[in-house]
Ligand binder design. Structure first.
Ligand code: NAD
Length: 485
């Protein structure tokens, strides 16, 4: 029988009340069912939230440095299990094994960084204008947090939400993505084995529209931290507002790398290739547009096409592969639909694009790396998130035009400019509408100790990672103490 994953509620591994299950499919070989996950009901969510409410009463009284010791221990355990995590990630998400190892390393860095935050959960002292009054702020937990996560970084994203939430004294319910339940299971076990008391972390698997939606509207949930698509995130933001909940959403991206006439062409090509085709283009910070000055346009196109030709789609466990499959059929079809849109919009395909019709790659959701040229700023492929290995190249003739084109999207996560001119660098930093701004670098990722998040329809609420991550999970309490004789 196919293995079945369980929900984790109040420190126990339990079946869903529904006794219904969903298949977890290997995207590199869709004939393989890896395991099954609970198709939980709203009753399972209620049970998890009740457990969290009870557990939080005690957990919030544990000193913050002690709470953080659990995160420190989770770091030690993950270091021992790097291979197990990386392999589970490649099997169910599809990314190549080197990228999975990279995500696990990032998760280790996150745990290391956050475990110090327990000792730094300090408020501030405030000078009172009245004699005999001492004023200060303290960081109180928000209460119960719902953590709703996507499939594209299924180890790192749950960790970057769970760690600051529990250190701040909250109890949480994690609703992981349906496509990556095994990694969510492993993350949950990490905190269980690290000694987190029962009920402080609860994991409920299932369909977003049912399990996630019920969590969002649950009266006992005080805060919602969501990462995923803009469509779902904006809906959650509105639903959360109805219940006066604290909401943080990190959503879609349409990130641009700009190469100006004086920039390092080879460096920009290498950064674009990793940004566009790495992780199969399924990163929120993926480079999905290259905006290139006309003086270096032909050279850039020739070299990026060569880089795309060199990419090697294949099973993530094959060391020769550099490009894994799309995560599931919905995602695969979305990219294929955008290739049709590109054809209708009349762009040039520099290489054959689309799926594989025969051979081993036809058994999975594999796509050919795609370079589109002749793209103009108003086209849908220039503005909308595709979330696959597809790069749109747009020609411009000045930095002003490059900034206008880069900003011509509803999204605002990450961007990069390649230039050696310092005044252009500052012009870019001032005028670009993204939460992460990179100079002579790929658009990708971010360091764990730095704030991460976007503007416009990419982000709302406190930034994640870095010190700002804790701020979402606390309420500042202002305290006045009269100590006059
Ligand atoms: P998604 O929005 O489809 O799903 C995300 C999560 O929300 C899943 O757990 C899903 O089950 C749940 N969900 C779906 N409908 C819901 C509802 N009505 N109520 C509550 N929960 C619901 O996103 P996805 O396809 O898993 O992830 C890809 C998207 O995530 C891309 O748009 C990508 O850009 C974005 N992303 C953003 C960041 C960032 O930091 N900005 C990071 C990673 C991914």
């Amino acid at each position: 029988m196919t293995d079945r994953l369980l929900n984790f509620i109040d420190g126990k591994w339990v079946e869903p009340y529904t006794n219904e299950w969903l298949d977890n499919i290997n995207p590199a070989n869709t004939d393989e069912v890896i395991n099954q996950l609970p198709a939980s009901s709203t009753d399972d969510v209620d049970r998890a939230v009740s457990a969290a409410v009870e557990a939080q009463k005690k957990w919030r009284k544990v000193p913050a440095p002690k709470r953080a010791e659990v995160v420190f221990e989770a770091h030690r355990l993950l270091r021992e299990r790097t291979d197990e995590f990386a392999e589970a990630l490649t099997r169910e998400e599809g990314k190549v094994i080197a990228e999975s190892r990279g995500e696990v390393q990032h998760s280790l860095d996150l745990l290391e960084f956050f475990s110090g935050e327990g000792r730094r959960l300090n408020g501030e002292t405030i000078p009172s204008s009245t004699t005999g009054i001492f004023a200060c702020t303290i960081k109180a937990p928000v209460g119960i947090a719902a953590l709703i996560t996507p499939w594209n970084f299924p180890v790192a994203i749950p960790i970057w939400k769970i760690a600051p939430a529990i250190i701040a004294g909250n109890a949480v319910v994690l609703k992981p993505a349906e496509q990556t339940p095994t990694t969510a299971d492993l993350v949950t076990k990490l905190f269980e084995e690290a000694g987190l008391p029962a009920g402080v972390l609860n994991t409920v698997h299932g369909v977003g529209e049912k399990v996630g939606a019920h969590l969002v509207s649950h009266d006992d949930v005080n805060a919602i931290s969501f990462t995923g698509s803009t469509e779902v995130g904006l809906h959650i933001y509105a639903e959360g507002a109805k219940g006066n909940k604290k909401v943080q959403c990190e959503m879609g991206g349409k990130n641009a790398l700009v190469l100006l006439a004086d920039g390092d062409v080879d460096g920009a090509v290498a950064a674009t290739a990793t940004g566009a085709f790495g992780a199969t283009g399924q990163r929120c910070t993926a480079t999905s547009r290259a905006i290139v000055h006309e003086d270096v346009y032909d050279e850039f196109v020739e070299k990026i096409v060569a880089a795309a030709e060199a990419a090697q789609p294949g099973d993530g466990f094959d060391p020769e592969s550099t490009l894994g499959p799309s995560v599931d059929h919905r995602q695969f079809q979305q990219v294929l639909d955008y290739l049709d849109v590109a054809r209708e919009e009349g762009v040039n395909f520099e290489l054959p694009a689309g799926k594989f019709d025969d051979g081993p790659l036809a058994r999975g959701y594999f796509l050919k790396p795609t370079v589109l040229t002749g793209v103009t700023p108003e086209m849908r492929v220039a503005k909308e998130e595709i979330f696959g290995p597809v790069l749109s190249v747009i020609k411009v003739s000045s930095i002003e035009e490059a900034i206008d084109v880069a900003n011509n999207t509803e999204y605002g996560l990450s961007s990069a400019v390649w230039t050696r001119d310092v005044s252009r660098v500052f012009h870019w930093i001032d005028d670009i509408e993204t939460g992460v701004v990179r100079i002579n670098q790929p658009t990708l990722g971010g360091e764990v100790q730095a704030p991460f998040g976007g503007v416009k329809n990419t982000g709302v609420g406190e930034r994640e990672k870095g010190k700002t991550a804790i701020q979402f999970f606390v309420e500042d309490k202002t305290v006045y103490i009269n100590h006059a004789d």
